[in-house]
Ligand binder design. Structure first.
Ligand code: SF4
Length: 332
C-alpha cells in the first residue's frame, strides 16, 4: 500500500470489516499469533513542563517523588517475579532533578535483571542516548504528542517541551546513537487523528529510509483522565482507533505496534488481532506504584486493571502466545 491509498482508507474508503480482515491477515503473516508483554517502571514524576493533558505537569499539585536506585530495584524485583523481561523505564521531564547520570545508575542495576530495557524520558542529544546504550538501554520511546504545530504550542504552554523541532528530531538522534528499537506515536485526542496519522506515516517513512538498521515501533496512546481538567477536543472512537491501527498495519506490514493499559480490557481483547504486537500489562503509572505501594501522583489512569497473568491467560484463550522475552543482549 502507498501513502495515497492510506489516506483514502483513513478517510473511510474501505469498510471497517474488510479492513480488519486484511490487517489481521497481514499481522499473522509477519508476526504469527504472538504478543510480547512489557511493563512500565516509573522512576520519577518530577517535570518542568506544563503539558495540559498530563498528570505530571508542573502545575498539577500531585505528590512528587524520585525513586532511589535501591527503590527502583525493589520495584523491578516485583516486575521480574510477575514474569516480565522487557521493561520501559519512564520519568517526567526534569533533567536537573532526574539527570542522565541518575538514569544510567538505575539502568546499570536493572539490566542485571531484565533482557531488555527501553527508556521514555526527556529528549537527549545523540551523545546522551549513546551513554544510555553503553549503560544497558536498547530501546527508546519518544512521542511527538501532536504533529500539528499550532496544537503543539497550545497544549505545551511553557517549558523546554515547547520546542517542536527538538522533539521531532529525537527518534532520528536515538537511531543514529544506535538504539536497537525506537518507538514513536501521537496522543490520540489532541488533534484530528487523520491529520496526525498522515504526518506520523511520513515521519516513519523518512526514518525507515534513513535508519534501516533500527527497529521502529508505533504506539497508540489515547488520552485518559489524568490529574488535570483537560477536556479532549478531538475524541477518537473505538472504530476510528481500529481504522487507524488497521490502516497503519497495511502501510507498514513489518513494524511493531504497541498498545498500553490506557485502553479497556474488552477493547484490548478485541483490537490486538488487527496489528498489535506488544502490550503492557498490570501497569502502575506512578513512581513506587508496585512493590513500594507508594501513593505518589499518577501520570494517567489505566483502564485495563488485569494482572499480567490474567492478560497472558486471555491471550492464550484467544489462541495467541504471550511472549515474555524475545531478545537478549549478548555482548556488552
Ligand atoms: S507529558 Fe511528559 S513532559 Fe509533559 S507534563 Fe507529562 S511527564 Fe511532563
Amino acid at each position: 500500500m502507498n501513502l495515497h491509498s492510506f489516506k483514502k482508507i483513513i478517510n473511510g474508503e474501505m469498510e471497517l470489516s474488510e479492513l480488519k480482515a486484511a490487517a489481521h491477515q497481514e499481522t499473522l503473516k509477519h508476526f504469527g499469533r504472538t504478543i510480547q508483554l512489557y511493563a512500565p517502571l516509573y522512576l520519577s514524576n518530577e517535570c518542568v513542563n506544563s503539558c495540559v493533558y498530563c498528570g505530571f505537569n508542573r502545575r498539577s499539585g500531585i505528590k512528587r517523588s524520585t525513586l532511589t536506585v535501591d527503590q527502583a530495584v525493589r520495584e523491578a524485583e516485583y516486575l521480574r517475579k510477575e514474569g516480565f523481561q522487557h521493561i520501559l523505564i519512564l520519568t517526567g521531564e526534569d533533567p536537573a532533578k532526574v539527570p542522565v547520570s541518575y538514569i544510567k545508575e538505575a539502568v546499570v542495576e536493572l539490566k542485571k535483571m531484565f533482557a531488555s530495557l527501553s527508556v521514555e524520558i526527556y529528549p537527549l542529544m545523540e551523545e546522551g542516548y549513546s551513554e544510555l546504550i553503553k549503560a544497558g538501554v536498547d530501546g527508546l520511546a519518544i512521542y511527538q504528542e501532536t504533529y500539528h504545530r499550532p496544537t503543539y504550542q497550545a497544549v505545551h504552554p511553557d517549558g523546554p517541551k515547547r520546542d517542536f523541532g527538538w522533539r521531532l528530531e529525537a527518534p532520528a538522534r536515538g537511531a543514529r546513537a544506535g538504539m536497537r528499537k525506537v518507538g514513536l506515536g501521537f496522543l490520540l485526542g489532541l488533534y484530528d487523528w487523520r491529520y496526525e496519522a498522515v504526518r506520523l506515516a511520513e515521519h516513519l517513512q523518512s526514518l525507515l529510509k534513513n535508519h534501516w538498521q533500527t527497529q521502529f515501533q508505533v504506539s497508540f496512546p489515547r488520552i485518559n483522565p489524568a490529574e488535570t481538567n483537560y477536556r479532549v477536543k478531538y475524541p477518537v472512537s473505538d472504530d476510528d482507533f481500529l481504522r487507524l491501527v488497521c490502516a497503519l498495519r497495511l502501510l507498514f506490514p513489518e513494524i511493531g505496534f504497541t498498545l498500553s493499559t490506557r485502553e479497556r480490557a474488552a477493547f484490548r481483547d478485541q483490537i490486538f488481532r488487527f496489528g498489535i504486537t506488544q502490550m503492557s500489562a498490570g501497569s502502575k503509572t506512578s513512581p513506587g506504584g508496585y512493590a513500594l505501594a507508594k501513593k505518589n501522583g499518577k501520570q494517567f489512569e489505566i483502564a485495563d486493571a488485569r494482572t499480567p497473568r490474567e492478560v497472558g491467560r486471555s491471550l492464550k484463550l484467544a489462541g495467541y502466545e504471550p511472549v515474555w522475552k524475545d531478545w537478549e543482549r549478548v555482548l556488552g
